[in-house]
Write a protein that binds this ligand. Structure first.
Ligand code: HEM
Length: 257
């Protein structure tokens, strides 16, 4: 009974005693990293086998910090052992979007638990330090997404933050990191972004308050003409963003299933 599992996850998301006040953002990041390893050519990777349970993929640099989400969700798995890990993690991603004020995402079960030999190779997820649109295209086209879908997916950065001890980057993208909105786009277009002078990896801060951040890969969405067109659409029209995000999130979470 997936509604019961959903309710158990939703209760955790509402537990304010974590990070900015919710486990939602890190659950969504887990669901995305579990799914975004899909390759349309080799037709492997994706959310099906939940291979991040195994050492090779858990140890991929991009997945630093996601053990926190997996461990928290293991307690739900103990309560509902019949759900597969892939279903559990993607349902947690959907719950994060919905419970934090985002659109309703159509979710279907059916993933099965795989073996370690189903693990995808390292390097299929995007490199946050790459500011060229070509890198984002290379990585997301291999998952089967187009330019509009790439920009819609990045709107997830309305939620959560970067952590020094995980990715090495630091800070939130928006002032309300536990509310799902189109603020990623409005902040990206509405502020002046300058390179942060610090000892960490290259990232951008908003000139005025210095409290918000953008990754080099986020800045590519504003710089690249084709991407920027969609940033402008979603900044103006949150309803359109919600509709497009709901579709692309379902597609993401079903990669490889
Ligand atoms: C070019 C593509 C992307 C890059 C380079 C990127 C990079 C990053 C990085 C570096 C972090 C910080 C991790 C940490 O230090 O805790 C992060 C966090 C996050 N990302 Fe992305 N990301 C991308 C796309 C996406 C997509 C497609 C989604 C979901 C649909 C997503 C959802 C999130 C969320 C929710 C967080 C916050 C996690 C937390 O607060 O713990 N990202 N991302």
């Amino acid at each position: 009974d997936y509604q019961k599992v959903y309710n158990a996850i939703a209760a955790i998301i509402e537990d304010e005693n974590y990070d900015d006040g919710s486990y939602g953002p890190v659950f969504l990041r887990l669901a995305w990293h579990a799914s975004g390893t899909y390759d349309i050519n080799s037709k492997d990777g994706g959310s099906n086998y939940a291979t991040m349970r195994y050492k090779p993929e858990a140890g991929h640099g991009a997945n630093a910090g996601l053990g926190i989400a997996r461990e928290r969700l293991n307690r739900v798995k103990d309560q509902f052992p019949e759900i597969s890990y892939g279903d559990l993690w993607t349902l947690a991603g959907v719950a994060a979007i919905q419970e934090l004020g985002g659109p309703t995402v159509n979710w279907r079960p059916g993933r099965i638990d795989g073996e370690e030999n189903h693990s995808p190779p390292d390097g299929r997820l995007p490199d946050a330090g790459r500011a060229d649109g070509q890198h984002s295209r290379d990585v997301f086209y291999k998952m089967g997404f187009n330019d509009q879908e790439i920009v819609a997916l990045l709107g997830a950065h309305a939620l959560g933050r970067c952590h020094r001890d995980r990715s090495g980057f630091d800070g939130p993208w928006t002032a309300s990191p536990t509310v799902f909105t189109n603020a990623f786009y409005t902040e990206l277009l509405g502020r002046k972004w300058v390179e942060r002078k610090w000892s960490g990896p290259k990232q951008f801060e908003d000139k005025e308050s210095k409290s918000l951040m953008m990754l080099p890969a986020d800045m590519a969405m504003a710089k690249d003409k084709e991407f920027r067109k969609w940033v402008e659409v979603y900044a103006k029209d949150e309803k359109k963003f919600f509709e497009d995000f709901a579709k692309v999130a379902q597609k993401l979470f079903e990669l490889g299933v």
